[in-house]
Design a protein. Structure first.
Length: 249
């Protein structure tokens, strides 16, 4: 997988090196990075390739300005995936990453490599977002809101220096999420769509998740997991197993 490591957007998180291996490509949330999914490597079978997207403005790309357009982010990720040998791919996106994964799935489909399934987590359907003005809040209020959701590690939450470093990227990501609108007339996918909802998530109205079914003709399912908005940190092994079960005949 050294070819992936040389690229700036798509990163390999395990050692699977079979050209025909199934692949899971993960798209992180606002402020998240590829390492968000590092813990998944222990739960992924050795014959499955685990990849994650590294957006600019975080991790080893911290010095790069964030990309503030979902379609542009998806275009970069899809371009790199399409340079790799064709393989059965599953896309998993969390929160903002669900939208980037959706747009990436459309681009892969248009190139003749539609994913086996699209898995979306902790996100309302394309074009919808609760608390869409959160990125406009004053620093203290903005930071407190993020900490309450559980997306900021306790060691980081009380570090004023780190807060100042992270705030611009977090604001950019959440503004990007709020501004995203799907392209009018977009043709539905034909792959299955699986939706994951964290019980008690204050940002996602469970009743509105059924609208994700509109993005595909290939079937829609959803499930509820414990853990709120950041449910993906709970029982990662169970979540990975469920993701890997998608897209199978």
């Amino acid at each position: 997988m050294s070819r992936i490591r040389e690229r700036s957007w798509v990163r390999s998180l395990n050692a699977a090196d079979r050209p025909d291996a199934r692949a899971v490509c993960c798209f992180p949330h606002s402020g998240g990075s590829a390492i968000t999914f590092g813990g998944w490597s222990a739960a992924v079978p050795p014959d499955v390739s685990l990849m994650a997207v590294q957006y600019p403005g975080r991790g080893d790309r911290f010095a790069e300005p964030p990309v503030d357009d979902v379609a542009a982010m998806a275009g970069c990720a899809a371009a790199e995936l399409l340079r790799l040998p064709p393989a059965g791919r599953l896309l998993f996106g969390h929160s903002l990453g669900a939208l980037v994964a959706y747009e990436t799935a459309l681009l892969l489909r248009d190139a003749g490599e539609e994913p086996l399934a699209l898995c979306v987590s902790a996100a309302l359907p394309p074009g919808e977002m609760s608390n869409s003005g959160v990125h406009l809040a004053p620093d203290d209020e903005f930071w407190a809101t993020l900490c309450e959701l559980g997306g900021i590690e306790p060691a980081v939450a009380d570090n004023a220096e780190l807060r100042e470093l992270l705030l611009p990227t977090l604001r950019s990501d959440l503004r990007t999420h709020a501004d995203y609108r799907p392209r009018p007339g977009t043709r539905p996918l034909s792959c299955p769509v699986r939706c994951y909802h964290g019980a008690g998530d204050p940002l996602v109205d469970e009743e509105r998740l059924e609208d994700w079914a509109r993005v595909t003709s290939g079937g829609f399912t959803r499930t509820v997991r414990p853990g709120g908005h950041f449910h993906l940190t709970h029982d990662a092994e169970g979540l990975v197993a469920d993701v890997l079960s998608q897209g199978r005949a």
